[in-house]
Write a protein that binds this ligand. Structure first.
Ligand code: PLP
Length: 402
């Protein structure tokens, strides 16, 4: 029996049960607060711990925190103090990083889809690195920044093994990456290659497979005159959800081995190849808990064994990653340890898409009732900014930092 009021249904039997994160500080806050629900509480010290663990796991890489995962000002300020750089997607995220004290040269504009005036804004405040995945976007960057730009060419990745894939919409084929590197070189720009193996990637080999391809296409681009000088390993490192994922030390081992194999020039004191890593989820997911309240527990008919549990937080108030039940959060209730039964779990709005889990075999205690608090664990990533501003009149998801 899994100790969080839910049944552990493992999709990949070879993966271990997750080592549960220590949430003592958040739990102490939750024990005494009467803040209105729903809200997320984030332990900023935990974010700092994650930064240290990741830099220890991949020492040759510079961390560019993917701001979209949680752009909370205390998070950005703490990471900036620790020496982190930042991956952003819009002028507003550029401004948030600058406000947190980040130097513009430590900001990478990683969105492959940018308005020309947004490129111009970022360039004007000192941002130099821009990600592209086609010649049209390269031309936009060249027009604004010319040879002062540093372009990162994004390789397409199929994202197999990831719970939240980032494929199809981004990246180009290896041969096109090669061409774009050559073109960037001809324009006098610094250049490199990025890929993203998909978010919540549970296959440790994903990085190695991509790095092998990147090493090959960089060689080919070099023979055509390009001088690629950096690789960007993207994100994909895990939060702790219902199904297991390897620990960060195992990710570190896999990535270090892949770098030593395919990019020996990126390792050690004489390294000439710069390495970037862009963690989002890993940095903040386990640092946060989302507290919600049970609004209603009902059954479709008296003979139905499945109950419907409606929370005051749903898909439109931060839990967007439950789309297709892709991210399966661990839940905690005041009745954990007592007998459970099957449930469908839904949000409070008048939209039938606002169902969190119907097919993932969740169980919750039979004693669960209106007014009980349900804590959604490891909810520090991709929640607060995914909340609508007032759908059905419900306020946006609140956030507290401790
Ligand atoms: C979202 C995103 C990330 C962060 O991914 P995680 O899986 O959350 O670590 C990194 N890089 C880019 C370009 C992204 O879009």
């Amino acid at each position: 029996m899994f100790p969080y009021g839910v049944q552990l249904v493992t999709t990949n039997r070879s993966l271990p049960t997750p080592a549960l994160p220590d949430t003592a500080k958040v739990d102490a806050f939750l024990a005494q607060t009467d803040a209105p629900t729903p809200f997320v509480v984030v332990d900023v010290d935990k974010v700092a711990e994650r930064y240290e663990s990741l830099t220890e796991a991949i020492p040759s890489a510079r961390v560019y925190y993917a701001v979209k995962a949680n752009p909370g000002a205390p998070i950005l300020a703490r990471l900036n103090d620790l020496g982190s750089a930042f991956d952003v997607a819009s002028p507003a995220e550029v401004d948030m990083c600058l406000a947190a004290g980040a130097a513009p040269e430590h900001i990478s504009y990683g969105n492959t889809i940018k308005k020309s005036r947004d490129i111009a804004y970022a360039f004007a405040v000192g941002v130099r690195r821009f990600t592209i995945d086609c010649v049209e976007e390269l031309e936009k960057v060249a027009k604004v920044a010319g040879s002062d730009a540093s372009v990162c060419v994004r390789l397409r990745h199929e994202c197999g093994g990831a719970d939240w894939p980032l494929s199809r919409k981004f990246g180009c084929d290896p041969y096109e990456v090669e061409n774009l590197l050559v073109l960037a070189g001809e324009l006098g720009m610094e250049c490199g290659v990025s890929f993203h193996v998909g978010s919540q990637q549970r296959d440790l080999q994903a990085w190695s497979e991509s790095l092998e391809v990147v090493a090959l296409l960089m060689d080919r681009a070099r023979r055509r005159g390009a001088r690629p000088s950096f690789i960007n390993l993207g994100g994909g490192f895990p939060g702790t959800y219902r199904e297991g994922a390897p620990g960060i030390a195992e990710y570190g081992h896999a990535v270090r081995t892949a770098l030593a194999t395919w990019f020996p020039d990126s390792v050690g004191p004489d390294a000439t190849m710069e390495v970037m890593v862009e963690p989002g989820r890993y940095m903040v997911a386990d640092a946060g808990v989302l507290r919600s309240e049970v609004v209603l527990v009902s059954r479709r008919s008296p003979v139905d064994s499945e109950r419907w549990v409606y929370l005051d937080c749903g898909k439109f108030h931060g839990l967007a990653e439950t789309m297709d039940e892709a991210i399966r959060y661990r839940l905690r209730t005041p009745h954990d340890g007592t007998p459970t039964g099957p449930v469908a779990i839904a949000g409070p709005t008048c939209d039938s898409a606002d169902v969190l889990y119907e097919k993932s075999a969740y169980e919750l205690p039979l004693a669960l009732a209106e007014g009980d608090m349900v804590d959604i664990l490891s909810a520090g990533a991709y929640t607060t900014t995914y909340s609508s501003v007032g759908f059905n009149g419900f306020p946006a998801l609140a956030e507290h930092f401790i």
